[in-house]
Design a protein around this ligand. Structure first.
Ligand code: MN
Length: 433
């Protein structure tokens, strides 16, 4: 699975790529960018502080047969969703070709250079049209922390260790990093109030999650076997599942998340491919003694040995007060993708086990990723809003205020490997309408 494109010594002639925290030549993340409105959005690849314009490469005939055909077809159809639905082989071929073109000593340096645009001059969009968005609940520490707030003696419900819990979310309000997040209005009912009222959410929260992009889907009625589930994953991103806890608390029973979640979900715009993450695969953590073994349709030896990701995640808060005083962002959360109770492949296999068809461009959230020391949401950090956080600016927070910005990052690093990142997933809260 590892090849010369993972060589930690490989360098690009794009100077900013070498040692870049997110996008060295070993990453080659896929995105949908727009430099100016006349040209419209196009397929691009992140390299250092630049974006490689794939359509410009195509016009210069720098892509070879199959890859050129696939990019050419995709650009007139659904972009990355079409390209990625072709499966892992064409993804790998694109990676190898682009790697060769961008490498130090590339024989096409001048032409490739002409296809590079500064990322700062571009708008980055949600990279594929999302057909369906599903949010899981696979962070067991998060599920335990939240469960404890409601059921101190029995935080996890009995199904948790058997079923990868999830719900169908809302695709239309998934936005790309940097899009302002308007505080939602809805019905809220504090325990002390006799009746609910309608108004802006007072308990606005974030959730640190990993997003999983589906490449090739399955036919309706045809489950995806666990051993093949990995092949359906086209990439990963960061995902902030903004949550209005007061709206959630009132509407949640007995059906589950609805308007408390559907007002906005922010993702990082780059698709980090499974190939880029190949050096950072890890064994799924052994389940604690006494936990049930996953059922047959969720159990695969290879997936257990290599199906988890060695990925460090962080969340920072920037408030108006911190900004005004020139103080650094406040680190709220530090998670690790290895803390998930189910592997991405198990989430895919479970999603399709009843015959539900996944399609290219579908997005799955893993669920909030928490560690005991640094949970992935304010709900957990402030114990449901009871314990305020004190900031260096003198401000305090129980939940997010207007003007607050949440920034998430993800980094994969291992000794002897070139570390890669996901780029940022940011959003600032604006006052409700
Ligand atoms: Mn969530």
């Amino acid at each position: 699975m590892l090849d010369h494109t993972h060589d930690p010594k490989a360098r690009s002639f794009v100077a900013s790529a070498n040692g870049h925290p997110d996008f060295p030549i070993q990453n080659l993340a896929l995105g949908l960018f727009e430099r100016n409105e006349d040209e419209g959005p196009g397929m691009g690849i992140a390299i250092g502080d630049m974006i490689l314009d794939l359509e410009a490469l195509l016009d210069q005939r720098l892509l070879e047969d199959e890859v050129a055909e696939a990019v050419d077809a995709a650009r007139f159809l659904e972009g990355w969703a079409d390209f990625l639905s072709e499966g892992p082989e064409i993804r790998n071929a694109l990676r190898r070709e682009v790697f060769a073109l961008l490498q130090d000593g590339s024989s096409h340096r001048a032409e490739v250079g002409a296809a590079l645009v500064p990322a700062n001059d571009c708008t980055l969009y949600v990279p594929m049209r999302i057909g369906d968005y599903t949010d899981f609940y696979a962070g067991i520490q998060h599920a335990t922390n939240v469960g404890k707030l409601m059921r101190p003696d029995n935080p996890l419900l009995p199904n948790y260790k058997y079923v990868p819990i999830g719900y169908h979310g809302r695709a239309s309000s998934v936005v790309s990093s940097g899009t302002p997040v308007r505080r939602p209005k809805g019905q809220r009912k504090p325990a002390t109030d006799p009746a609910p009222s309608f108004g802006p959410s007072r308990n606005l929260d974030y959730e640190l999650e990993l997003g999983i992009w589906i490449g090739g889907g399955n036919d309706l009625g045809e489950p995806i076997p666990i051993a093949e589930a990995d092949q359906h994953i086209a990439g990963y991103c960061l995902l902030n599942d903004w949550s209005a806890r007061d709206i959630q608390g009132w509407e949640y029973q007995p059906l589950g998340p609805f308007l408390a979640k559907s007002f906005c979900t922010t993702i990082s715009p780059w698709i980090v491919t499974p190939q880029a993450l190949a050096p950072f695969r890890a064994a799924q953590a052994a389940r604690p003694e006494g936990d049930p073994k996953p059922m047959e349709y969720l159990w695969d030896r290879h997936d257990q040995a290599h199906g988890a990701l060695d990925l460090a995640l962080e969340v920072f808060l920037v408030t108006p007060g911190l900004r005004e005083k020139g103080l650094p962002p406040h680190r709220l959360s530090a998670g690790h993708a290895g803390a998930l109770y189910w592997t991405p492949a198990q989430l895919v296999a479970h999603h399709a086990c009843g015959g539900c068809n996944l399609r290219a461009g579908d997005l799955l959230g893993t669920g909030t990723i928490s560690t005991e020391a640094a949970p992935g949401s304010l709900l957990e950090i402030t114990k449901g809003g009871r314990e305020a956080i004190a900031l260096a600016s003198g401000e305090t927070r129980r939940f997010l205020e207007d003007g607050d910005e949440i920034v998430m990052t993800a980094r994969a690093s291992r000794p002897g490997r070139a570390s890669i990142g996901f780029g940022e997933c940011r959003g600032t809260i604006t006052p409700s309408a």
